[in-house]
Design a protein around this ligand. Structure first.
Ligand SMILES: [Zn+2]
Ligand SMILES: [Zn+2]
Length: 356
């Protein structure tokens, strides 16, 4: 009801503005479009926050569902086939799971980085018109959070958080580990799905039937039949549940794998070029614009592929691969306010102005 009331109130407000503008001498199409679209944007921004909370619950629910099914169906299946392989799968699968949980939790709970106050400004020439905060290089205003975000990448509804300077690495590694996790389930679940769909056994061997052999032979036959029928009824219900769980998990993991594999590759390309998602658009636009007048656009934050990845993953100051393959809460180098250009990048490792 509150959504309906809000929509009606917004409509009335827009209608009033439009009537005011209609009497105005300065009415033009651009102005009218702004008036019409403004409440729409505000409406979308407002409900993106609510949607974000629902999506976080959905991510936690679906991940838990997939893990429970993997333990319920996958673990006994592989344990009966190959015990040594199962031990390896348990270790490998849980390593992926720990990384997925850690990076998701950190991505959701780590603030992306806000240019807090004017007192911290290094260059005071740029101020955000929307939130009145300083706007250092690579900072953009998020209309959902209604704040400026340091090195903003995008507002992610799946994290219900903006992706920026302090949580960009968590966001990327979450996507990467989730892609590997889905692939892991697909590879080691494929045989189970295949057998379940194409070789669904009508009356499989091995289900438990209790027989009371202490009775006389006539009673024994009757007892066996009774028990068999009861247990078979339960077995059919469990088999039906099992079948649908396998179908749902197949759908979820394949969908997540395709979507996240594409996104991970896309973000890898951006990180290799020293760009955020927003800068990817801006840089493409500038490249085309300058190409048209025979100039070459240079991204001053592109330090070369290797250095871009070292800085993005924080693999400096003695850190190495174990800080990627195991959860690590290290912060990115710098403060998100001052950005070295490609010409003074090596200063970043010893010049204090980049660190404080
Ligand atoms: Zn702002
Ligand atoms: Zn945001």
């Amino acid at each position: 009801m509150s959504i309906l009331r809000l929509t009606i109130a917004r409509f009335n407000k827009t209608w009033m503005y439009l009537k005011n503008y209609a009497y105005s001498q300065n009415l033009n199409l651009e102005c009218a479009c702004d008036v019409i679209l403004d409440p729409l944007f505000k409406f979308v921004d407002k409900y993106t926050i609510v949607l974000g909370q629902i999506m976080v619950i959905l991510v936690i629910f679906l991940t838990t569902f997939v893990v429970v099914i993997a333990y319920w169906i996958g673990l006994p299946y592989w344990w009966n086939n190959n015990k040594l392989l199962t031990i390896f799968l348990l270790i490998f699968g849980n390593w992926l799971l720990v990384n997925v949980i850690f990076h998701y939790y950190m991505g959701v709970t780590t603030p992306p980085g806000f240019p807090a106050s004017r007192s911290l400004m290094y260059y005071d020439e740029v101020i955000c018109k929307k939130c009145d905060s300083p706007k250092p290089p690579r900072t953009h205003h998020c209309s959902v959070c209604n704040k400026c975000i340091l090195k903003m990448d995008h507002h992610c509804p799946w994290l219900n958080n903006c992706v920026g300077f302090y949580n960009h690495r968590y966001f990327f590694l979450y996507m990467m580990y989730m892609t590997f996790g889905s692939l892991f389930i697909i590879i080691f679940g494929a045989e189970i799905v295949f057998k379940e769909v194409f070789f669904r056994e009508e009356d499989p061997d091995g289900h438990p039937v209790k027989v009371n052999t202490s009775l006389s032979k006539t009673d024994w036959v009757l007892t066996f039949q009774d028990e068999y029928e009861n247990i078979n009824f339960d077995y059919d219900r469990v088999a039906e549940w099992r079948f649908w769980c396998i179908m749902v998990i197949t759908f979820i993991t394949c969908g997540v794998f395709i979507a996240l594999a594409i996104l991970t590759i896309w973000h890898s390309v951006l990180i290799s070029s020293g760009e955020t998602s927003i800068e990817g658009h801006i840089n493409k636009f500038e490249t085309d614009r300058l190409n048209a007048i025979n100039f070459k656009y240079v991204n001053v934050y592109d330090y070369g592929i290797k250095m871009n990845w070292i800085l993005f993953l924080g693999l400096h100051s003695g850190r190495g691969w174990r800080h990627i393959i195991f959860p690590s809460a290290h912060k990115p180098l710098g403060n998100g306010y001052i950005w070295p250009t490609k010409n003074d990048i090596f200063e970043v490792f010893y010049n204090e102005k980049f660190k404080t």
